[in-house]
Design a protein around this ligand. Structure first.
Ligand code: TRP
Length: 337
């Protein structure tokens, strides 16, 4: 699995739910496109998932294999990717502790991504956020550093987290010497997809998502319930595709027919019901092969667990070696194994 000369790429997901179309267009598709040119570490970030699911550990553990299946079903290949279960890599936790001296509280509080997320999680955190959640960018820096990641595919909203990782790594180098590459952002094609309810983001917990694992029937039901142009009530009313959520999905699933969809809608020749039916058929056709691969994996949980642990052990060869260098640089006792 260690293919020399290919840049080391690290990315991952928090296993708090099955992955959906937001993940698919936002990151999974570009992961697949990038896999052959990189040496990939795909992290299942169960420890990070606990930062906002500490009260629901079962929700995290139940989703570890679900997320692995989603990644495999979209086309990531074992021969190109090392899948890593974060909680089985103590070196990440160790490095997180070391890194936490190198960032101030106010720097953490200023991170725009984290600020936004804290606001979204008002119900969970109320007036005061946990130390663990505020600090998750530190552990994310440790994820990258432990595996010597050189590139990280990111969408714009994640850039501040990566910038913080780069800062931490530079600070570490200033005090303790060079140990890590400084990871570069890879601005891959990250397309944002709205929720079916018209909300800006499709969310695992928002109930506005189509999951990769959903059946064709559920997909159709969800699409039929999607929000459209509120001014278009009857089939013959001229619609406004620019305000219609369903139209944004047509752009993703049938870009070749988009002009026609637009024209028929604005001219009152396309009713929302048939427009949604057409869309759900397109989505279902697109997802069909992926769903077949995914449901075949449902029968293979023991094998998938073995694969994940095996890959994680392989990855730990790197994280152990990194931590030896870290300890050396920090003048801590270097353990000989
Ligand atoms: N923060 C990512 C998410 O919300 C998961 C993640 C953890 C990650 N560590 C990472 C992504 C390192 C990229 C690189 O899903």
């Amino acid at each position: 699995m260690s293919i020399p000369n290919k840049p080391r790429l690290l990315t991952g997901d928090r296993p708090t739910g099955k992955l959906h179309l937001g993940h698919y267009f936002g990151s999974l598709q570009s992961r697949v496109a990038l896999q052959e040119q990189h040496q990939n570490f795909i992290l299942i970030a169960d420890v990070q998932a606990l930062t906002d699911h500490f009260h629901h550990p079962e929700q995290v553990s139940e989703n570890v294999l679900e997320v692995l299946k989603d990644n495999l079903a979209v086309g990531l290949k074992e021969e190109h990717c090392t899948f890593v279960l974060q909680s089985q890599v103590p070196e990440i936790a160790e490095l997180t502790v070391f890194f936490s001296n190198l960032v101030t509280l106010s720097r953490l509080q200023q991170n725009p991504t984290v600020r936004h997320e804290i606001r979204q999680k008002q119900a969970l955190f109320g007036e005061s956020v946990t130390y663990g959640f505020l600090g998750y960018p530190i552990s994310q820096a440790a994820d990258l550093a432990a595996f010597q990641a050189e590139v990280v595919p990111v969408g714009e909203d994640q850039l501040p987290i990566l910038e913080q990782s780069r800062e931490l790594i530079r600070t570490f180098h200033r005090y303790y010497g060079e140990v890590f590459p400084e990871p570069q952002a890879l601005m891959a094609q990250h397309r944002r997809i709205k929720g079916l309810d018209g909300q800006q983001k499709m969310g695992k917990s928002l109930g506005n998502a189509i999951h990769l694992a959903d059946s064709a029937e559920v997909t159709q039901q969800r699409v039929m319930g999607a929000v459209t142009d509120p001014q278009k009530i009857r089939k013959n009313d001229p619609g406004h595709p620019e305000v219609c959520t369903v139209y944004t999905y047509h752009a993703l699933f049938q870009p070749e027919n988009l002009g026609q969809v637009h024209q028929e809608c604005t001219q009152g020749q396309r009713g929302c019901v048939s427009c949604k039916k057409e869309l759900s058929e397109k989505i279902n056709t697109h997802l069909q092969p992926l769903r077949e691969r995914r449901s075949a994996l449902n029968e293979k949980h023991p094998e998938l667990t073995a694969l994940l642990l095996d890959h994680t052990e392989t990855a730990r060869v790197t994280s152990r070696a990194t931590l030896q260098k870290v300890r050396q640089g920090m003048r801590l006792m270097v353990k000989t194994e």
